[in-house]
Design a protein around this ligand. Structure first.
Ligand code: GLN
Length: 394
């Protein structure tokens, strides 16, 4: 009887995507998977339609259409002066940040290499490491402010360390790493000759603190693989268009892996991507302001419903604690919530190496219309009342 490989057998299905399917089955409001339920910018959509009509419908160059790579180089240098990425040798267009991350890791890591990952972590990084045959070394982001202990980070670096993943603004906690933290990570990367894989997909979704790309820290450009995408900044998660910026040496490996994995990302959507990346600064400021309003509405609703929730500094998730609400574990509670009152969230254990670490956590996503979030807030109200009943009224 044919079996699946040990690799494929060693990780589970994505719980984030599973919760979306459950939300659809139960007619729940989906605050599980992080994707917008509002419209993408009109000019970006029009550019995609125009590109298809103009018959940009065949393969783009495997590492990305030139106008799009040029636009990535220009936008990067515009926002982060001094970060000059050569579109000819340093930029690879991928099928979303997801492919960008796995193609980069496959191009850099050998089986047995160690990869440092901050925990909690976006659930893809675990299977990414397994598919590379790499061994993850987890470093805890400690509550309540989700900072790492410098000594614990130092202890995670050793002779087998080849990579570290830095995701800032961070999914699921919303942490924006400070320059001091990034400098310590950089120091360790240089000392141990380690590559830093950065997931910067939430760079423009921030409520406080600056985004400092690792590649702009002195001596880090040559050892940083910076991953980004159109998905979150332009509200087009279904387009699957992302990119990777790295040194010419690392790029040569990343481009080969990318080519044989996917050949290339959708050609007309890369054309539209060039239009998206040329949007004025005002677009990005408005994006952050609108997200701030969504964040405040959801954090307030969750707090009133009895979740322990504090406002994230960036990204579009709230990592909550359910210990005051229920004795159920995260998975049981999330499954109950999706059925009644009908709100989907992601069980915290999805973001930890050992499920017990996320037992009292639930992640809510807020890239949603205010009406959607208000609807969820209304449904969650019943939980707060039930929790007070269970504890007894004061
Ligand atoms: N990054 C989003 C999340 O964490 C979407 C993940 C996905 O399904 N690709 O929910």
């Amino acid at each position: 009887m044919p079996r699946i490989s040990r690799k494929a057998d060693s990780f589970g299905e994505s719980v984030i995507r599973e919760m979306t399917r459950l939300a659809m089955r139960h007619g729940a409001i989906n605050l599980a998977q992080g994707f917008p339920d509002f419209e993408a910018p009109a000019e970006v959509k029009a550019a995609a339609c125009d590109a298809i009509s103009a018959d940009i419908n065949q393969y783009a160059i495997t590492w990305g259409a030139k106008p799009f790579r040029d636009a990535i180089g220009i936008k990067t240098a515009h926002w982060y002066p001094g970060w000059e990425a050569d579109p000819e040798t340093q930029i690879t267009v991928t099928c979303g940040a997801t492919e960008g991350m796995i193609a980069s890791m496959l191009a850099v890591l050998d089986p047995g290499d160690e990869l440092v990952v901050f925990e909690p972590f976006y659930e893809n990084y675990g299977p990414d490491a397994i598919l590379c045959g790499a061994v993850p070394r987890y470093v805890t982001l400690h509550e309540p402010d989700w900072r790492f202990d410098p000594d614990e980070l130092r202890a995670a670096f050793g002779p087998r360390t080849r990579g570290i993943v830095v995701n800032s603004p961070h999914n699921p906690t919303g942490r924006v790493f400070t320059r001091d933290e990034l400098e310590l990570i950089a120091e360790l990367c240089i000392e141990h000759d380690v590559v830093c894989f950065t997931d910067e997909i939430y760079e423009h979704i921030r409520y406080s603190g600056d985004h400092t790309p690792m590649a702009t820290i002195p001596d880090m450009a040559e050892r940083t693989v910076a991953i980004n995408a159109l998905s979150k900044t332009y509200s087009v998660t279904g387009w699957r268009v992302g990119w990777v910026i790295a040194s010419p040496t690392l790029t040569s490996g990343i481009r080969k892996v990318h080519d044989f994995l996917t050949v290339g990302a959708a050609a007309p959507l890369q054309q539209a991507g060039a239009v998206a990346l040329a949007m004025p600064d005002a677009y990005y400021h408005a994006l952050a302001v609108e997200y701030c309003e969504r964040r405040d509405l959801l954090v307030d609703a969750l707090s009133r419903a009895g979740f322990r929730a504090s406002p994230p500094d960036g990204a579009y998730y709230v990592m909550t604690d359910i210990a005051d609400l229920t004795e159920d574990d995260d998975v049981t509670f999330a499954r109950r919530l999706v059925e009644s009152p009908g709100v989907a969230a992601v069980p915290g254990s999805s973001f930890y190496s050992r499920p017990e670490l996320g037992r009292t956590k639930l992640r809510f996503a807020f890239p949603k219309r205010l009406a959607t979030l208000s609807g969820a807030a209304g449904r969650l109200t019943s939980l707060g009342a039930a929790a007070v009943d269970a504890r007894g009224a004061p």
